[in-house]
Design a protein around this ligand. Structure first.
Ligand code: SF4
Length: 190
């Protein structure tokens, strides 16, 4: 597979120093998946008339410009000046806290939080082929958070459960998942 042109910061990391022991070919695949997700989210949610719409994926103007350049995207027509809901910002914070502090990780966090506002499974709202591709992406950028999803809960459910727990809310109907009527909604095939 030809080396991907996106995410140059990551591509330049020597293989021995790359996280998760992933070989070069594996990282090129992951980088291609990242490009697929970012392009999809920008086109679908950061364009005029999109719904939900998140202008610049919630990034500041300069960072969004760098994202467009890194992923070879044309600038999008400005969408209406709507502010993302509060949980968008809470979710980006949750993700960013679990990342390595790089701008690339912030881009992914904003893309994931944006896709969480739509109605389908998260992998679908990121334009990915399946849940596995999404899980690998989350493992690469937000590994501590990914590892907390030990039961393989659906990703959107998992993220919002984390936010509820942070806020001190008990979002669950039952004391344990095994006896909960919502089990299929939380853990069903995604
Ligand atoms: S299955 Fe029930 S108890 Fe488990 S996370 Fe979902 S809502 Fe909470």
């Amino acid at each position: 597979m030809a080396a991907c042109a996106i995410a140059p910061s990551f591509r330049s990391v020597p293989s021995a120093a790359r996280p998760f022991g992933c070989a070069t070919e594996c990282h090129e695949k992951e980088t291609a998946v990242l490009g697929q997700a970012v392009r999809y989210v920008v086109k679908r949610f950061a364009s005029a008339g999109s719904f939900p719409s998140v202008p610049r994926l919630g990034l500041d103007q300069e960072s969004f410009k760098r994202l467009l350049a890194a992923f070879r995207l044309e600038s999008t027509p400005a969408c209406e000046a709507v502010s993302p809901p509060e949980d968008f910002w809470e979710l980006t914070s949750l993700l960013i806290e679990s990342g390595d502090g790089s701008e690339e990780t912030r881009w992914v966090a904003h893309a994931v939080a944006t896709a969480c506002l739509a109605d389908d499974h998260l992998w679908q709202d990121l334009g990915l082929p399946d849940r596995n591709a999404l899980t690998r992406l989350l493992e690469r950028y937000f590994r501590p958070l990914r590892e907390r999803n030990v039961g393989e809960m659906r990703w959107k459910k998992f993220f919002y459960k984390q936010l509820c727990e942070r806020a001190g809310f008990q979002a669950c109907k039952a004391p344990s998942c095994r006896e909960c009527s919502d089990y299929p909604t939380c853990f069903g095939k995604e």
